[in-house]
Write a protein that binds this ligand. Structure first.
Ligand code: ADP
Length: 474
């Protein structure tokens, strides 16, 4: 089936298409998706500009109702959408249905936020003057999204953008246009007016680049790689746009001697390997104090070897395929590098079948200076770094150019509390995997991981609104 762009309330086909294939079975074609260029972005921005004034001034009840209905439609179709997600991205069906439900929850949360967009009224320092401070829409917002959470990330950018009265031009990752297309379809069914939400699919170098440079786009929210994100930020600054970036991570999970090993091994297994390690919050550095190191390593190695790698649609599967050949090639380069750098590589073999299957790999004997411990790999691989004590563990945890999520496994309230205060990260997890977050609280990091205001929860308002201060002498 052919899937078109959604521009100005119309489905617009293109002669050029991208074939969307299942990474677990390259013969399974999900569909062909329109592949646009700069011209399609220009059309979409014109439609979004035309729709902006009415949407910005629409009753919040109207915006609430569209988002609430979209959330309800996603829930109704969660199994079918989850299956599509698993087929196009490769995460297990349980994770995919869970992500789909999360997208619905995000829409419903921001339906409420549309009604809760309060302002302030303060006394002026001048007699007889009133001052109000209100949050207004920013304008047309460009959304550029990655492939690893193909329904949740578009949802958590679209929903706040629309809730606060902005109009949107969205470009999904080329590998995963299917879920984004379904969201456009659902918004249309939910009664979203023409031009308020526009979907343009195609390559980042053309569609993404045009979004970043288009003079009528007021703000860009981007999630993706560090290299692209930095470039997007520079280009947005040059074009006077507001920008928000979520990029990589090299997230530490500290395990200290007093940790409950069942909890620590479970958290490491989930954090490092679930979703095939393709999460910016993945626990890719496991920093373990010497008293518990050998026991932790043995148990993690055994548990990782038991993980079932295979078809995401099979309910028994725990680890689906790597997303594509190029990511697989990168993973293999890092496996080789780990050996060259002196790690004892455990696991990492290729799986069977017509997909990009690989088993989780543990880099035992790693140091924090190695490239495999410093660069984001985005695969089912983790460095195990042995340290003397908690103080060294904390220093190693913070010794990274990233700062998204940081975790510790301990039974000591004192250490947990100290770690929470001293971790240089946007999110801290105690006795939990570094990945796995709630939808009603802020998401984001520090240093090389993020740039600009936080996403999600009530904090999302900061990026998707602009402040107006009014002085009135009645
Ligand atoms: P990933 O490794 O996750 O694919 P990318 O940063 O390459 O990370 O992609 C994230 C998103 O950014 C995708 O939607 C991609 O198409 C888009 N993108 C890639 N290059 C550019 C660019 N030059 N300008 C804007 N967007 C881009």
């Amino acid at each position: 089936m052919d899937f078109a762009h959604f521009i100005g309330g119309q489905w617009v086909a293109d002669s050029d298409v991208t074939t969307n294939r299942n990474p677990a079975n390259q013969d399974d074609i999900i569909g062909t998706y329109a592949r646009g260029g700069a011209g399609r972005v220009d059309e979409a921005v014109a439609a979004a500009m035309a729709a902006l004034d009415d949407w910005a001034h629409a009753s919040p009840q109207i915006r609430h109702d569209v988002l609430e209905k979209a959330g309800a439609l996603i829930v109704q179709r969660k199994d079918e959408l989850g299956r599509l997600l698993a087929r196009e991205e490769g995460k297990t069906i349980a994770e995919a249905v869970g992500e789909t439900v999360r997208a619905a929850q995000v829409f419903k949360f921001f339906a409420g936020e549309a009604l809760r967009n309060t302002g302030d009224a303060v006394a002026s320092v001048r007699p007889g003057v009133e001052v109000t401070i209100e949050r207004e829409p920013v304008g047309v917002i460009g959304l550029i999204t990655p492939w690893n959470f193909p329904i949740a990330i578009p949802a958590w950018k679209m929903a706040p953008a629309l809730a606060f009265g902005n109009t949107v031009v969205m470009k999904p990752a080329e590998l995963t246009p299917g879920c984004a297309w379904e969201l456009a379809n659902i918004l249309e069914q939910a009664g979203c007016p023409a031009g308020v939400f526009n979907l343009v699919m195609g390559p980042g170098s053309q569609v993404g680049a045009r979004i970043v440079e288009h003079p009528d786009i007021a703000a860009v929210s981007f999630t993706g790689s560090v290299a692209t994100g930095r470039r997007v930020a520079v280009d947005c600054a040059a074009n006077g746009k507001k920008v928000q970036l979520e990029m990589g991570g090299k997230n530490p999970m500290v395990v200290v001697d007093d940790a409950d090993l069942d909890v620590a091994v479970g958290a490491a297994l989930n954090g490092a390997f679930f979703s095939t390690g393709q999460r910016c919050t993945a626990s890719s550095r496991l920093i373990v104090t010497k008293g518990v190191h050998d026991a932790f390593l043995d148990r993690l190695t055994a548990a990782a070897a038991d993980l079932v790698v295979g078809d995401p649609l099979d309910a028994k599967t725990q680890i689906g395929p790597v997303v594509d050949q190029s990511q697989m090639d990168q993973n293999m380069r890092y496996l080789t590098l780990a050996s060259e750098e002196g790690c004892d590589v455990r696991g990492g073999g290729l799986g069977n079948g017509n997909g990009f299957f690989m088993h989780p790999a543990i880099f035992a004997g790693a140091t924090n200076a190695m490239r495999v411990s410093r660069e984001e790999i985005f695969g089912p691989m983790a460095s195990i770094i042995k340290v003397d004590d908690y103080d060294e563990a904390l220093a190693v945890a913070n010794d990274t150019e990233f700062g998204l999520s940081s975790g510790i496994c301990t039974t000591s309230l004192k250490l947990a509390s100290h770690f929470r205060r001293h971790a240089k990260a946007g999110m801290v997890m105690v006795n939990l995997p570094t990945a796995g977050v709630d939808y009603h609280v802020p998401f984001g990091g520090r240093k090389g991981s993020s740039y600009g205001p936080r996403e999600q929860g009530s904090y999302a308002r900061e990026f998707y609104t602009t402040v107006k201060t009014s002085y009135i002498a009645p």
